[in-house]
Unconditional design. Structure first.
Lengths: 327, 286, 245
């Protein structure tokens, strides 16, 4: 049953450019997919690692800006992408080493501070980032010799990357490392007592998360063919976190649903409301207070109760990952 | 007056403002374990409110105090209606304050529009004053004195009064404090309002120097964070020391390497995190 | 060579001296019981031995190797396993998954990000065997949250034993158990082979005394009485400490 649904979804997604109804909607779909990759990457830390980052747009942006600069300096797309990902990984290593000096809320605050510093650099270091004016990118790369300029082509390329990302996440989650990571989220003290190197597990998870955030940043760059400090602002980090928690952080599907939700609402809202920020903030507050576990677990819970065969699992709440039992 | 002296004075002034902002943040975090991400918004809101109050005829200092009170009241409402519902869920509280900061920023944009709002230097403090053969802008001197005065007042509050003792007990050990009969939830509201008042007041007195504009909240918040990370949470001395360190770094950084101002800020934070993660004056985690 | 040796171990919290220059020597295969009133510093001593806490002074030695500076997770790989006073395992996972995690902790496999954990037949097989050794194989696929406290305690011990420790530290293993459950656990512990050295903290004297060969009595962080079971039980200070409470 599940396989059938999956296959159907795959066919629908692949055929999207034909049934979506125009470039505008195909582009929205591309956006949803690239943000889904970003959200999935963040979710490795938040949902599976129990570490909330409010500075992840920093990694997203470092990849985008690096590629933009490398392209502006005359390098080809392959070199730009490779260079950008390398820099994003190095940055992730540095951020992780600093952020892991704090635990719980300390981690959140340090990632916030780091994220804001990246924004400050993007905004002020004009000789590198061109400040508020941003950097424009002339062209999109070619995939297998085919141009990605058209919306449908770019969508398919993004879909391909998304599927690879999803598969890698699925693999990680089901793997021993994934189980280790989840263990450190739930019982870090016990995990250490069982022989796990909790810091290293978290550090590696951060790198993995940073890698996919970087990939998403590159897709973002090529989608817009432009990057500006807006991409690394606090609102950007907040948006991707909202995608994770609105969809539900304990699952793989949650961040994808969340990405769809936030992108659609953002695009719809900006047609009717002048400022998106108020809506973003209000949704944040509403979800945190009224639906902390997110949409996907909420809906799944409803479905389970409706078709009750087994007692419903107490799904891991998103807003208190890592809270030790008995505290 | 030489450039360095001007920068130094500006740094002390800015440091004083940062102290007021960070002290409130640090108190709230130290006692309630909530990193209040609405704190930058309180700062900005205070400035905007005062600007309007002054426009309607109120004097500078009354406006400053009243704005502070309005912001404090707003803070109190947030604390009682929202944060208290999420008691114990630290992460939820952080995210809620973040969401609220976006909402406040947008409302301010709606009401006061996108142009920077000027607050004029209060009449009695314009111009310059000569101190020991050197000439300083009077207002900046005044802010520095105000900051020091508040530092002393806060210290006295924490060290000498019953309220202060309760706050310190709550910071050290909330469970014990409850057992000892301290109304911890009342204390939370008081401290949150106090922190909000300090932020709003700082926003007003900073107004003649910084102006008030959209994005001010997003600029001040990370500075407050860095001050607290550097100085250590829950420590008044830490906020003071951290405030001045950041004030100097930011101003000198901006003057000497304008493009790298944020990088200059980053480096000491990095150093502190590596060498002494609890901050210069914070307590080491067990 | 001694199995576990602690020399002049001290730890303070704030101004409070919780562990006061403790000396402890445990021989291989020994069954050592550490007792003392609440607040005597027993669990802190365990935390110092396992590495969860760093001592202010003193050393910890495992089979002749100084592990004072060794990180806690690494000490597990050198042969120390422990259980906790309050059972904190993974409630939503099955028993077999809980034990599998424990086995994984000692295996290089734990770093593998691609293989399927559920597909590791050898590992899962060993987990089931470990559960069988404590008589819980019939509950292997049940979520931990659906088992009794006594059963969870046995799972925890199974997890510790599955790691094939050389030194096993049991922190109040009988706490919260019914009389019958205590007998089960005692039988379990008594059946552990002699290649595992066992140090147990207990507050409840009845069951624990049966287990002990040598007893160390802690009071206010210091060792006040030490010797064989007979010696300690007869010692006047022991009675003073326990009856004077």
């Amino acid at each position: 049953m599940k396989r059938l649904a999956l296959a159907a979804a795959l066919v629908l997604l692949a055929a999207l450019p034909f049934w979506a109804g125009g470039s505008f909607y195909i582009n929205i779909a591309s956006q949803i997919l690239l943000y889904a990759i970003f959200a999935l990457g963040l979710n490795v830390l938040v949902g599976y690692g129990g570490l909330v980052s409010l500075g992840h747009a920093g990694l997203f942006g470092i990849a985008a800006y690096s590629a933009a600069r490398l392209l502006a300096a005359g390098h080809g797309h392959l070199a730009a992408i490779a260079g950008a990902l390398t820099l994003a990984l190095l940055a992730a290593a540095l951020f992780a080493a600093l952020a892991l000096r704090g635990t719980g809320i300390g981690f959140v605050m340090i990632t916030l501070a780091i994220g804001q510093i990246v924004w400050g650099v993007a905004y002020r270091w004009i000789s590198i980032t061109n400040g508020d004016n941003g950097i424009t990118v002339g062209s999109r790369p070619q995939l297998f010799g085919l141009s990605l300029a058209a919306p449908a082509r770019f969508y398919w390329a993004t879909l391909l990357v998304f599927l690879v990302a999803l598969a890698s996440m699925q693999m990680l989650v089901a793997s021993p490392f994934g189980a280790s990571l989840r263990g450190t989220r739930d019982q870090p003290r016990r995990m250490a007592a069982l022989g796990y190197h909790v810091w290293m597990i978290r550090f590696l998870a951060f790198l993995f998360s940073g890698f996919w955030s970087g990939i998403a940043g590159l897709l973002f760059l090529y989608y817009n063919q432009f990057v500006s400090p807006q991409a690394v602002a606090l609102t950007a980090s907040a948006e991707v976190l909202l995608m994770v928690i609105s969809g539900g952080s304990g699952t793989l599907l949650g961040p994808v649903v969340g990405a769809g939700l936030v992108v659609v609402v953002k695009n719809v809202a900006s047609a009717y409301i002048e400022r998106w920020n108020f809506v973003l903030g209000a949704i944040f507050v509403a979800i945190v207070i009224f639906m902390p576990e997110g949409l996907v677990p909420g809906v799944v819970g409803l479905w389970r109760r409706a078709t009750a065969r087994t007692p419903s699992r107490d799904l891991v709440g998103v807003v208190e990952p890592g809270k030790e039992a008995g505290r | 007056m030489s450039l360095w002296l001007v920068l130094a004075v500006n740094s002390i002034t800015f440091g004083g403002l940062l102290f007021l902002l960070a002290a409130g943040f640090s108190l709230i975090f130290g006692l309630m374990r909530i990193p209040n991400l609405t704190h930058g918004s309180f700062f900005m809101l205070g400035g905007y409110l005062a600007a309007s109050l002054i426009e309607w005829g109120l004097g500078f200092w009354p406006a400053a105090v009243l704005s502070g009170l309005l912001v404090a009241a707003f803070g109190g409402v947030i604390e009682r209606l929202i944060l208290r519902r999420l008691a114990g869920a630290e992460l939820a509280q952080v995210l809620v304050t973040l969401g609220l900061s976006f909402m406040v920023a947008d409302v301010c944009l709606k009401i006061w529009t996108g142009d920077p709002v000027r607050i004029d230097t209060p009449a009695g403090l314009r111009g310059a004053t000569a101190v020991g053969g050197l000439v300083f802008p009077t207002y900046r001197l005044a802010i520095s004195l105000v900051a020091v005065a508040f530092a002393v007042a806060l210290w006295a509050l924490l060290d000498r009064t019953r309220l202060g003792a309760m706050i310190r007990a709550g910071v050290d050990d909330p469970e014990m404090a409850r057992v000892a009969g301290i109304r911890v939830s009342h204390l939370f509201t008081i401290v949150f309002c106090l922190g909000a008042w300090l932020a709003g007041f700082a926003g007003v007195i900073g107004g003649p120097i910084l102006s008030v504009y959209p994005g001010l909240d997003q600029e001040m918040l990370p500075l407050a964070l860095v001050v607290v990370i550097l100085g250590g949470t829950g420590s008044l001395v830490g906020s003071l020391a951290g405030g001045f360190v950041v004030g100097f770094l930011y101003n000198f950084g901006q003057a000497m390497f304008p493009q790298l101002a944020y990088v200059v800020l980053f480096l000491p934070m990095l150093l502190v995190l590596v060498v002494r993660p609890q901050g210069l004056f914070g307590r080491p985690a067990v | 060579m001694t199995a576990l040796a602690v020399n002049r171990l001290s730890k303070s919290f704030g101004g409070l001296l919780v562990t006061a220059s403790v000396n402890l020597v445990v021989e291989p295969g020994e069954r050592r019981l550490i007792i003392g009133p609440n607040g005597a510093g027993k669990t802190t001593l365990f935390n110092l031995i396992t590495g969860e806490l760093r001592p202010d002074r003193g050393t910890v030695t495992l089979f002749g190797r100084d592990i004072t500076r060794t990180p806690g997770w690494h000490r597990v790989h050198l042969g120390i396993s422990r259980t906790y006073q309050i059972i904190t395992l993974f409630p939503h996972d099955t028993l077999v998954r809980n034990v599998t995690l424990s086995l994984l902790g000692r295996s290089r496999l734990r770093w593998n990000p691609v293989a399927r954990l559920d597909g590791q037949a050898a590992l899962v097989g060993r987990a089931r065997a470990a559960l069988a050794r404590v008589g819980l194989e019939h509950l292997a696929d049940r979520p931990l949250v659906q088992t009794s406290y006594g059963e969870r305690r046995r799972v925890e011990i199974a997890m510790a034993l599955a790691q094939e420790p050389r030194v096993l530290l049991l922190d109040e293993p009988f706490a919260g158990l019914s009389l019958e459950e205590r007998r089960d656990v005692l039988q379990l512990v008594a059946g552990i082979p002699r290649d595992v050295t066992i140090v147990m903290i207990e507050h409840d004297m009845d069951v624990a005394l049966d287990f002990a060969e040598r007893i160390t009595v802690l009071h206010f962080g210091q060792v006040v009485v030490e010797g064989t079971r007979g010696e300690v039980v007869a010692h006047p200070r022991t009675r003073e400490i326990y009856l004077g409470e």
